[in-house]
Design a protein around this ligand. Structure first.
Ligand code: GAL
Length: 648
């Protein structure tokens, strides 16, 4: 991998043409290499059906490339223009309450509308034909943020028809569908696939097996929609294909979608995400309001490193206050530089800022950018320039596999959303708790898809909350010599969303059974003998294997047979740290107890320390100011650090 580089998202169509040349020159002067364009420009490219306006886009591409920038061209399919709705009125997505979504923002299309899918292929083809061979266009982004704004699931009649076809392919006969879903329950048996509706607007909860199939189907529809554009673009360009994913969006299988693309990128808005989609309490949000959750970004970097088949990027990096969270504070000075370095230490090839110049109009006029609406540099520009300079000090650091990994499975997120059994049981939250525990112990972590059939040279694998086994993962476990921690709730359902007669977790290596489960209210935690407690979820186990931990009232908390461990509950922070530490000692893995808000990441022969606090910290013999970084070689020499920052 070459050295990482920086980029920016740019909307030439938002600015008079006579500003473009200056913008491009200023981007280059700031040390930016990449510029992404075009993802919302359909109404300017094709103002009316089959009437194209290429002049401005040709000119924008020429201007940017003459300045020396590499271009990411995007397909504009996240924003079908108004005429498209007139042409295909039923392409609009329908929400769970049965309401069609209106034109007037974005992502208003239904993935199951064949007519719109064809329109998407058509515009991708036309763009590919025009620009696919242009050497300055060095990557292509398809669409924008699938699933954003709650748009993965559509309850339209097009979706219903497509779902029936999907079910026929899966089950062939209505009898096998009835058996798989257990439709004898509540007289839900069907006699014809055409009688099956989508699982919304039912009186009480629909059958979880029905919902689970709808979730699988909906994920497949997004993958199919994306694949059509991939196929078309590949006929016209050799450049890598990218999608920009989001934070904490689990509605479609990113691993499967990512297999069709070369580069996974994601849009990192640390402060927006802390306000908008964090499980942390108010005190935590206040403490980290200007820095972001110290683990949220890293977790997604590690997921998307696994999703990208060739590389991963940050396509949109928050540069200042956003406009869409309940509160929109400004980052502490230094945070944008910190976020950028953190991403690169996790292997990001490119970090691209959103956006070049703050728009004075429309929905995002309150969203900060690298340039203010008056065209002057925003304060953050100095941080961007600083990173651009610091990139020269890199020594070709390479991302290596970590010794520790966690399996992340999108289908499990759907399953436990369908049947949480507790308002607090959330799959993302469970996995993220393990991740946070590992990071607090100073460990670098890999995320693996559930289709992994070999854990490689790793030493410690976690498989929390996996709803159902698959043959590949079972193979990986059976040939692995390191330690594996399974549970809680792993293997608790068949693929048909039923409880197996043998009882969970159904692993032949472990002679044990989960005989009953319960969910816990806050305040009803179950204390463990060795410290800490189970919260949210607790299981009762019968086991002929070693009992390595018990609850205070004498139930099995962890049982293991040699290197395979089963964990019978959701550990709180104290229990998590203690359990992880005990396992690390067992396998000779060095851990450190990092001060609050300090995190580290191993990167080749170097280690990056970051201070997510708004107060200084003392790390490796150095004082690390708030929102600052220390990139240190394993021989102790400082490569980039606060000292350099002070001399800027
Ligand atoms: C992203 C999106 C951008 C912009 C940005 C604002 O989710 O891809 O187009 O809306 O958020 O933070």
């Amino acid at each position: 991998m070459s050295k990482p580089s920086l980029g920016v998202c740019y909307y030439p169509e938002h600015w008079p043409e006579d500003q473009w040349k200056d913008h491009a020159a200023q981007m280059v002067a700031a040390g930016l290499t990449w510029v992404r364009i075009g993802e919302f420009a359909w109404s300017r490219i094709e103002p009316a059906p089959d009437r194209f306006n290429w002049g401005w886009l040709d000119h924008a591409i020429d201007t940017l490339s003459h300045a020396g920038l590499k271009i990411v061209m995007s397909t504009p399919t996240a924003t079908p223009p108004r005429w498209m709705i007139a042409k295909h009125p039923d392409m609009i997505a329908v929400d769970k309450g049965g309401q069609p979504r209106n034109f007037g923002s974005r992502r208003h299309y239904c993935f199951s509308h064949e007519g719109y899918k064809k329109e998407s292929a058509r515009i991708a083809k036309i763009l590919g034909q025009r620009y696919g061979k242009n050497p300055d266009i060095q990557a292509w982004q398809i669409d924008n943020e699938y699933g954003c704004h709650d748009t993965s699931l559509s309850y339209s009649t097009n979706a219903e028809t497509a779902f029936r076809i999907w079910l026929i392919k899966k089950y062939a006969t209505i009898e096998s569908l009835n058996a798989a879903w257990g439709n004898v329950f509540w007289s839900m048996e069907y006699t014809d696939f055409n009688d099956i509706a989508l699982p919304n607007l039912t009186v009480t909860e629909p059958n979880p097996a029905h919902v689970m199939d709808f979730r699988r189907f909906s994920s497949d529809q997004i993958i199919a929609f994306n694949r059509v554009q991939c196929d078309v673009l590949r006929d016209h360009t050799q450049a890598p294909l990218i999608h920009n994913y989001m934070g904490r969006i689990t509605e479609f299988d990113h691993f499967k979608l990512g297999a069709d693309l070369e580069i996974a990128s994601w849009d990192s808005y640390p402060l927006g995400f802390l306000e908008d989609r964090s499980d942390q309490d108010e005190a935590f949000k206040t403490e980290f309001a200007r820095q972001g959750d110290p683990d949220f970004q890293a977790f997604h970097h590690d997921i998307y490193r696994a999703v990208g088949t060739k590389a991963w990027w940050i396509m949109e990096q928050q540069p200042g206050p956003v406009n869409w969270a309940p509160y929109n504070p400004a980052p502490l000075p230094g945070m944008v530089r910190l976020w950028t370095w953190e991403a690169m230490a996790h292997g990001a090839e490119v970090v691209s800022y959103f956006r070049w110049k703050q728009a004075p109009f429309a929905q995002e006029q309150m969203h900060a950018a690298l340039k203010r609406p008056d065209g002057q540099d925003a304060a953050v520009m100095d941080e961007v320039k600083q990173v651009a300079k610091e990139l020269d000090t890199l020594q070709g650091q390479k991302t290596q596999n970590s010794r520790v990994a966690i399996v992340f499975d999108y289908a499990s997120a759907w399953a436990w959303e369908t049947q949480p059994q507790s308002k607090d049981f959330d799959y993302f939250r469970l996995v993220f708790d393990f991740y946070r525990g590992l990071r607090r112990a100073g460990l670098s972590v890999d995320i693996l898809p559930p289709s992994t059939d070999d854990f490689g040279e790793r030493s410690l694998i976690f498989i929390p909350g996996l709803f159902s086994w698959n043959a590949k993962l079972e193979t990986a476990i059976s040939k692995f010599e390191g330690d594996v921690v399974i549970g809680p709730r792993s293997g608790s359902k068949t693929q048909d969303f039923q409880i197996s007669e043998k009882l969970p977790p159904g692993l032949e290596q472990l002679n044990m059974k989960v005989v009953a489960v319960e969910s816990l209210r806050p305040g009803n935690e179950i204390p463990l003998k060795q410290g800490g407690a189970f919260r949210i979820w607790n299981e009762f186990i019968e086991s002929s294997e070693t009992v390595s931990e018990q609850t205070v009232d004498g139930h099995i908390a962890i049982t293991n047979k040699e290197n395979i461990h089963y964990l019978a509950g959701w550990p709180d922070d104290t229990a998590m740290s203690r359990i992880l530490k005990r396992l690390a000692v067992k396998i000779n893995l060095e851990t450190i107890c990092l001060p609050r808000g300090i995190r580290c990441r191993d990167w080749g022969d170097t280690r990056l320390y970051i201070n997510y606090n708004n107060t200084p910290a003392f790390v490796q013999g150095h004082t690390l100011p708030p929102a600052d970084i220390l990139l240190i070689h394993k021989d102790g020499s400082v490569i980039i650090g606060p000292k350099e920052m002070a001399t800027q």
